[in-house]
Design a protein around this ligand. Sequence first.
Ligand SMILES: Nc1ncnc2c1ncn2[C@@H]1O[C@H](COP(=O)(O)OP(=O)(O)OP(=O)(O)O)[C@@H](O)[C@H]1O
Ligand SMILES: [Mg+2]
Length: 321
Amino acid sequence: METASTTVITTENLTRTFGVNVAVNALTVTIQAGEVFGFLGHNGAGKTTTVRLLNGVIAPTAGAARIFGLDPTTHGHRIRARTGVLTETPALDNRMTARDTLRYFAEVYGVPVGERTRRIDELLGVFELGNRAGSKVGGFSKGMRQRLALARTLIHDPDIIFLDEPTSGLDPVAIREVHHLIEQLSHRGRTVFLCTHNLAEAERLCDRVAVLAQGRVLAIGATQELGRQLNRGHRVSVEINADDLARALHLFTQTPRVSLAEPAADRAMTRNGSVLIVLHGVGRADVPHLVRAAVEQGLDLYRIQPEAPTLEDVYFALQEL
Ligand SMILES: Nc1ncnc2c1ncn2[C@@H]1O[C@H](COP(=O)(O)OP(=O)(O)OP(=O)(O)O)[C@@H](O)[C@H]1O
Ligand SMILES: [Mg+2]
């Protein structure tokens, strides 16, 4: 039984090449039980390869990993008995019903016979598949298939859950439910290794994230800490009269330390015909001189607010380094 400070995953210079292509390049990471760990990176960054390495599906070219203290290369079977892996494109047997799919996996994973029905009903309920339990999977929508695959991943109540793009193809309601589920798993001491392209999802759910590019970790740390580490992406948003937009952009562009002034990305026209602009390169400490500059020029300010860098800011800043 792990406690909150138990290391469940550790890798040292974990490396995997395919020919000349280095898919995972000297990955060194330690993950504690109960963490929601985000693994972020563009297509081809090495996320899925890492999940396969950690579960002993493929062997590393160099370096090593330990899961529950076991080497996946030699103890993959024992590791997989305690991990659940939702793959990117889960293969489901279209001829089986949802209930049979779960029953089959309960058997494969050795869920005790007396617990199977309760466990299956519980998961069918959690993933709102109860009323389709007897339907063949072949007739399921993409989102229903994804939810069934998630249920299957959790059938043996694994200690570590690897989720490779778990919310892809889900509707907003289902996405929210998966997020809630991930939070619950973490509260129950389960470890979640979440590969995602969705930066808002990672920001909301993950305790720590690693940002990968071409197999290498660009940065790793607590989700809120990364922005500070990087010391980039600071912004201040300012609400002004829409009529003053051109004048305000001109003024702020010339204000010391402002690297860029632009209308907010969503072109947020707010109530009362005001508009939001974003000043880049400045933070909370700059607010007083921004206010003075605006007042001196007779600009009406309705709101001025420093914005902490989002994970999205950090992500893009890292890719540019
Ligand atoms: N079996 C394989 N044979 C050859 N090359 C592979 C194999 N598996 C992965 N690769 C290569 O390794 C690199 C990393 O791939 P991987 O699937 O891990 O990326 P990813 O981060 O999961 O990307 P995505 O976001 O698109 O899922 C890619 O360049 C890919 O082409
Ligand atoms: Mg992938």
